[in-house]
Design a protein. Structure first.
Length: 202
């Protein structure tokens, strides 16, 4: 149903109630949100440890961040419809100029911080090519007949590796202190590891 009342351009009400996205209304809404957040941040009554504290008050204390993290785990839907929609938006973002720039920055940041890992991976690849290392087709952990990956426990020992399938590799990385967690959620290895340890995963 369309309202006959004129849109009050250049106001927060025009942006919020009338859904106007002109330049004036967008700027007015941005100014309103910025002022509101500044006011809330300086408030002495921030409800720490709540979603309200994290979202409305923009508080980033440990309690608020932990509560928000737990909340996101609860509301994250893994049904086929939501997963497909998420994958669609992710693909669209990654193919955009901003997505490509962000991804390149993240890759560069990882490469700069993990040169020792890159050198170890290159040494293993070179050893396989020269025949000094032979890649088996059986995982040393689950004995599954599958493509295996070279897993390092100590990257300073470049050719001292275990041959594991991808899932077992991720499970092992999860148990190593300071191991990267970026790939764990994608493979489900975290839940698999907890199941092996008889921990109930919801």
């Amino acid at each position: 149903m369309t309202s006959d009342k004129p849109i009050p351009h250049g106001t927060h009400r025009g942006y919020q109630n009338h859904k106007c996205r002109c330049e004036k209304c967008t700027k007015a809404n941005t100014d309103y949100v910025t002022k509101r957040r500044v006011k809330l941040r300086t408030s002495e009554k921030i409800p720490h440890g709540t979603i309200t504290g994290y979202g409305d008050y923009s508080c980033r204390c440990d309690k608020c961040k932990l509560t928000y993290s737990e909340y996101k785990k609860l509301v994250r839907c893994s049904c086929a419809s939501c997963s497909e929609r998420t994958a669609k938006y992710a693909k669209k973002y990654q193919s955009s100029p901003l997505g490509k720039t962000t991804r390149n920055k993240q890759h560069k940041k990882w490469r700069d911080a993990n040169q020792h890992k890159i050198l170890a991976h290159r040494a293993v690849a070179k050893a396989i090519k020269s025949g000094d290392l032979v890649r088996p087709n059986v995982c040393e952990h689950c004995s599954g007949h599958i493509f295996t990956e070279a897993s390092h426990t100590d990257y300073s020992q470049q050719l001292d590796v275990e041959w594991l399938c991808h899932r077992c590799h991720m499970v092992k990385d999860e148990t190593i202190p300071n191991a990267p967690k970026d790939k764990i959620h994608k493979t489900g290895a975290r839940s698999m590891y907890k199941a092996l340890e008889a921990v109930k995963v919801k």
